[in-house]
Write a protein that binds this ligand. Structure first.
Ligand code: ADP
Length: 627
C-alpha cells in the first residue's frame, strides 16, 4: 500500500470547502452523482467511438446504498468509465482545473469566508469530506482487469492499493462522521436526489431494507413476526430535461437542472430553451448565471456549454461551441444531425455545427434584447455582470454588431446608472452632431474632468467610458446610426463646439499669448491652443486625434507596454481665466515660466496624471502662492 501526499492546493481547498460551504454540506451528494454521470457519459461515448472500447456493452446506472447503526456509511457507485491508478492519483490527489487553482490563489482571507464565492466553482469530489471522516474509492477502468482502492481521511495524505471490482466503474464509500449521520437515511437521500439530480440522464437506484410486521405470524417468543425485505428503487426521473416540451417544464425544474449540472448554487438569471426543426434539427437550453463565472476573465476559462448528439454526451470542453464573448453562457446543445464520433477538428469546420452556433448566438442576443425592453431591472442585473464580454463582441463579432450596439451600456455625464446608445440618441439636442465620450480613467476622475464643462454648458451628454477595454472597443464602433462617436479628450471633437455665439478670437494679443506659453513650456507640449470650451478651468490637456489618451498611455505604461516619451499633450488654455491673464500681463520671464509650468501640471493632475517632478511642482506652487 502506498501512502501519498496531497498537492498543497488540495489541502487548502479541503480546508476552504469544509469551513465555508459548511452550511450547505448536502451538496456533496449532487457533486458525487454528477461525477458518476460524467463517467457514464464518457464511457457511453467511448463505446461508440473508441477503437478499444467500441461495442462495449453496459447498462449505465448509478447505485446508492447506506448502512445505519454505529458505523454509518453511504455508498455511491456507477458502472462508468472508472479510473486506473494514475487517474486516481492525478484526479483525486491534485486539483485538475488550473482555473480553480488560480481562483484559489486570488482569494483574500476575507473572500475565503464567503461561501457564495466558493459555490461558484466545482468543489466536486472533495466536498465528500464535509460529511465523512474517511472516504474510500474503489475504481476499475473500462477495458482493464485490475482495480484500485484510494483511501483518505482528508488530512494531508491518501493511500493507494490494488484490489478487485466485478465490473468497470467507481464505488465511493463515505464513512460518515458526526456531521454526516443524517445522510444515512432513505428519505433524506430520496429528497436530495429529487432536489439536485432528478434530471441526470441515467437511472439512480437506492437500495434499502424495508421492515414489515406481520401480526398474523408470530416468532418463537410469540411476538409479531418482523420481516426485512431488501428493495431497490429508482429515485430520479432520468429524462434529459431539455428533450421535454417547454410547456411541461416548470421554472423550478429548469432551475434545479441548472444547479445540478453547472456547479452553481444560485438560480440562473434566466434561461432560453429552443427546439429547432427543419433543415437542421437540434435543441439548445441555455442559462445565464446570476453572477459571472469566477474565471470569466481568465484566458483559461472553463467553457460552460456541453455538446450532445442524440442525447449522447460528446464534450464539455470545447470553446468553439459559442464565440468567446459569450463564454458566460451555460447549458447544452443537443444535435440530431452530427455524427457521434465528431472530433474537435471536424467540429470547427462542420457546416451543421456552424449553423447551430450562428443560430444560437442570434437567439441569445435577441433574447437579451427582449429582456432589455421588457424587464429593465433584470437587464440591469445582467449588464452589471456581462457588459464587458458583450463589448468584446463589438470588435470580434462583426455580423452581430448592430444588435450588440443596442445591448451594450455606458455610464453618462448626465444620467444615473447605465445608458444605451439608443437612449442617448433620443436625448440629443437638435444642434448636436456627434455622440461624445471620454475614455481612459476611473469613473470618478472622468466625471470630474474639466473637459466636460463646455459640453455640460451646451447641454450635451457625454458617455463616461471607464472600462479598461472601452478605448479599444469604441474605436471599433466608429458610428452609431450615422452619428460619429467622438472622444472629447482628443483634438478632433473640439471643432463641434465652435459656434457663432462663441467666436474664438484669434486676435494679435491671443496669438502673442500662445507664443509666450509655448516658449515657456518648450518641448513639454505638442501644441498650445486657445480653448473654445473651458468655463471654469484655466487649461486642459488633450491628445492628438490618433494618439492614445493620456490615461491610456498611463495604463499601458503600468503594464510595461509602450514607450510614450514622445507623445506630448496639447494644452488648451482658457484666455478668460485670471491665471492665464496673469501670464499675458507679466514681463517677468521666471514668473511666466513658473505659471505656465503649474498650468500644465495642474491640467495633467485633473486627468489623474502625476506631475513628472512633484517636488518641483510644489516648489513652484509655493513660490507663486507666496508672491
Ligand atoms: P471535477 O468533476 O470538477 O473535474 P472532481 O474533484 O469532482 O472535479 O473530480 C476530479 C476528477 O476525478 C474528475 O474530473 C474525473 O476525471 C474523476 N472522477 C471523479 N469521480 C469519478 C467517477 N465516479 N468516475 C470516474 N472518474 C471520476
Amino acid at each position: 500500500m502506498k501512502q501519498r501526499k496531497f498537492k498543497t492546493e488540495v489541502s487548502e481547498l479541503l480546508q476552504l470547502i469544509i469551513h465555508s460551504l459548511y452550511s450547505n454540506k448536502e451538496i456533496f451528494l449532487r457533486e458525487l452523482v454528477s461525477n458518476s454521470s460524467d463517467a457514464l457519459d464518457k464511457l457511453k461515448y467511448l463505446s461508440l467511438t473508441d477503437e478499444k472500447l467500441k461495442g462495449f456493452a453496459f447498462e449505465p446506472r448509478i447505485d446508492i446504498s447506506f448502512t445505519e447503526g454505529d458505523k454509518r456509511t453511504l455508498t455511491i457507485s456507477d458502472n462508468g468509465l472508472g479510473m486506473d491508478e494514475d487517474d486516481l492519483a492525478n484526479n483525486l490527489g491534485t486539483i485538475a482545473s488550473s482555473g480553480t487553482k488560480k481562483f484559489l490563489a486570488s482569494l483574500t482571507e476575507e473572500q475565503k469566508k464567503d461561501s457564495n464565492l466558493i459555490g461558484q466553482f466545482g468543489v466536486g469530489f472533495y466536498s465528500a469530506f464535509m460529511v465523512a471522516d474517511k472516504v474510500e474509492v474503489i475504481s476499475r477502468k473500462a477495458g482493464e482487469e485490475i482495480a484500485h482502492k484510494w483511501s483518505s481521511t482528508g488530512k494531508g495524505t491518501y493511500s493507494l492499493e490494488e484490489t478487485t471490482r466485478e465490473e468497470q466503474g467507481t464505488t465511493i464509500t463515505l464513512y460518515l462522521g458526526e456531521e454526516g449521520t443524517e445522510f444515512a437515511n432513505r428519505w433524506q437521500i430520496q429528497q436530495l436526489v429529487k432536489k439536485y439530480s432528478d434530471h441526470v440522464a441515467f437511472p439512480i437506484f437506492l437500495s434499502y431494507d424495508q421492515e414489515s410486521v406481520d401480526d398474523k405470524k408470530k416468532d418463537k417468543d410469540g411476538n409479531p413476526l418482523k420481516t426485512v425485505e431488501h428493495k431497490v428503487e429508482q429515485i430520479n426521473n432520468s429524462s434529459a430535461l431539455w428533450r421535454n416540451n417547454k410547456n411541461d417544464i416548470t421554472p423550478e425544474e429548469y432551475n434545479e437542472f441548472y444547479k445540478s449540472s453547472s456547479y452553481d448554487s444560485e438560480d440562473p438569471l434566466f434561461y432560453i430553451h429552443t427546439k429547432a426543426e427543419g433543415a437542421i434539427e437540434y435543441t439548445t437550453l441555455f442559462f445565464i448565471p446570476a453572477k459571472a463565472p469566477f474565471d470569466m476573465n481568465q484566458a483559461d476559462y472553463r467553457p460552460g456549454v456541453k455538446l450532445f448528439v442524440k442525447r449522447v454526451y460528446i464534450t464539455d470542453d470545447d470553446k468553439e461551441l459559442l464565440p468567446t464573448y459569450l463564454r458566460f453562457v451555460r447549458g447544452i446543445i443537443d444535435s440530431e444531425d452530427l455524427p457521434l464520433n465528431v472530433s474537435r477538428e471536424i467540429l470547427q469546420q462542420n457546416r451543421v455545427m456552424s449553423s447551430i452556433r450562428n443560430a444560437s448566438v442570434k437567439k441569445l442576443l435577441s433574447e437579451f434584447q427582449k429582456i432589455s425592453e421588457q424587464n429593465p431591472d433584470k437587464y440591469a442585473t445582467f449588464i452589471e455582470q456581462y457588459n464587458r464580454p458583450l463589448k468584446e463582441g463589438l470588435y470580434s463579432d462583426y455580423a452581430n454588431r448592430d444588435t450588440l450596439l443596442e445591448l451594450v451600456r455606458f455610464k453618462s455625464s448626465t444620467e444615473d446608472g447605465y445608458v444605451s446608445l439608443a437612449s442617448y440618441k433620443e436625448r440629443m439636442s437638435t444642434d448636436q452632431k456627434s455622440i461624445y465620450y471620454i475614455t481612459g480613467g476611473k469613473e470618478s476622475t472622468l466625471k470630474a474632468s474639466p473637459l466636460l464643462e463646455a459640453y455640460r454648458k451646451r447641454g450635451f451628454e457625454v458617455l463616461i467610458m471607464s472600462d479598461d477595454i472601452d478605448d479599444i472597443v469604441v474605436g471599433s464602433i466608429g458610428t452609431y446610426k450615422d452619428l460619429p462617436l467622438k472622444a472629447i479628450n482628443k483634438s478632433g471633437a473640439v471643432d463641434d463646439l465652435k459656434s457663432d455665439e462663441e467666436p474664438v478670437e484669434k486676435t494679435k494679443e491671443s496669438k502673442k499669448l500662445i507664443k509666450k506659453i509655448k516658449k515657456a513650456l518648450g518641448d513639454k507640449v505638442k501644441d498650445v491652443v486657445i480653448s473654445s470650451r473651458l468655463v471654469e478651468s484655466p487649461a486642459v490637456v488633450v491628445v492628438d486625434e490618433n494618439d492614445p489618451s493620456v490615461q491610456m498611455q498611463q495604463l499601458l505604461k503600468s503594464m510595461g507596454q509602450g514607450d510614450f516619451e514622445d507623445i506630448k499633450p496639447i494644452l488648451e488654455v482658457n484666455i478668460e481665466d485670471p491665471m492665464v491673464k496673469k501670464i499675458e500681463a507679466s514681463d517677468d520671464d521666471e514668473y511666466v515660466a513658473d505659471l505656465c509650468s503649474v498650468l500644465l501640471d495642474q491640467a495633467l493632475l485633473a486627468e489623474g496624471v502625476m506631475p513628472k517632478d512633484p517636488v518641483a511642482f510644489t516648489k513652484k506652487l509655493h513660490s507663486l502662492l507666496s508672491r
